[in-house]
Design a protein around this ligand. Sequence first.
Ligand code: ACO
Length: 378
Amino acid sequence: MASKGGLEGVVVADIATSFIDGTIGKLIYSGYAIEELAENASFEEVLFLLHFTRLPKQAEYEALRSDIAKNAAIPHPVINMMKSLSASAPAMAALRSAVSMLSAFDEDAENLTDKDLALAKAVRLTGQITTICAAWMRITKGLEPIPPRQDLTLAQNFVYMMSGEEPDETASAAVDVYLVLLAEHGMNASTFAARVITATGSDMHSAVVGGIAALKGPAHGGANAEAMKMFLEIGAVENVVPWFEKYVKTGERRIMGIGHRVYKSNDPRAGILKRHAEALAESSGKRKWYDIAVKLEETARADEYFISRNLYPNVDYYSAIVLYTLDLDVDMFTPLFVMSRIAGWSAHIIGQMGGRLIRPKANYVGPCDLKWAPLAER
Ligand code: ACO
């Protein structure tokens, strides 16, 4: 029998980083509900939690914050490589190439067994990925990248490195919540890709590059940018219903940012991001995109097709509005996802180190017993 594909329902590892109950829209990171973390935790605390399955004490938090900031600079050849790319190159392609190149400057890159060294590498990569994202935004605008500061949190450093000005607290807090919400999510496609690579005995940079490559796709992390392009195309609240009738009702297009393999009810992250999107829309005076997103959600949720298939907004739907309201280029949305998900990937990679090769089977549906014909007789 032909397989439906997608490895749906297949369990591939025991993990302590996160748990999802998609039937009731529940997500926890190492014991803590995502709602509680979004309200209280910083990204650095979440990174610690995912690696140690407990919250850091004050001194541990400060050590981690400072370690990330101190190791966040990127070597000049990597900056030069990014400058040599076309400014119209996809940001995810630039990030993927830069992370790959970083391995050549990391003296522990090829140590595949020591978990303490791996954690230090994860800390370096966490800061460096943020620096690459900010640098790429500046390079594409013809500006010189700004090196990270050692006194800031990761979210503040990102805001600082984009503008070169004292980081705005509202923007830094919004980025921090976003980073907390997207840090980890069970055996999602990019995490699985990173684990498959690690299970062959390959190195952390390769596994992270694989994670970036998988996240880039519009069925996964690329959906945040696609959702925003869709809102921009719709352009006005009164266009939502005609757009829905023209493209979605006819089956021509999917609504990007809606649907999920695991959540068959509300994605709790979407609800939290929706509240932040509304607050940001209100304070920035740019309500239009939020209103379009709400109208499209309401239109879809009133439609029998979406109701019967349990299709709800996922994390990418309202994060598109949050990131756009923060004046980020749409092309940078998925790199921001990487800035956060490196936390989950690195915890999974270290958890997978030394584990068994991941090697599933395929169902052969091709022909058998064919007779070989020489070239001239075919
Ligand atoms: N719009 C319209 N119909 C949809 C949508 C959507 N966004 N998503 C799923 N459906 C329909 C499918 O057509 C299918 O209908 P059918 O049963 O009549 O064939 C049914 O719902 C189930 O969809 P599948 O594609 O089989 O579900 P799967 O679990 O394989 O895919 C996915 C999940 C890829 C997320 C899908 O919902 C989708 O394409 N969504 C849009 C892209 C997106 O938002 N991706 C981000 C996901 S979250 C993340 O990765 C961070």
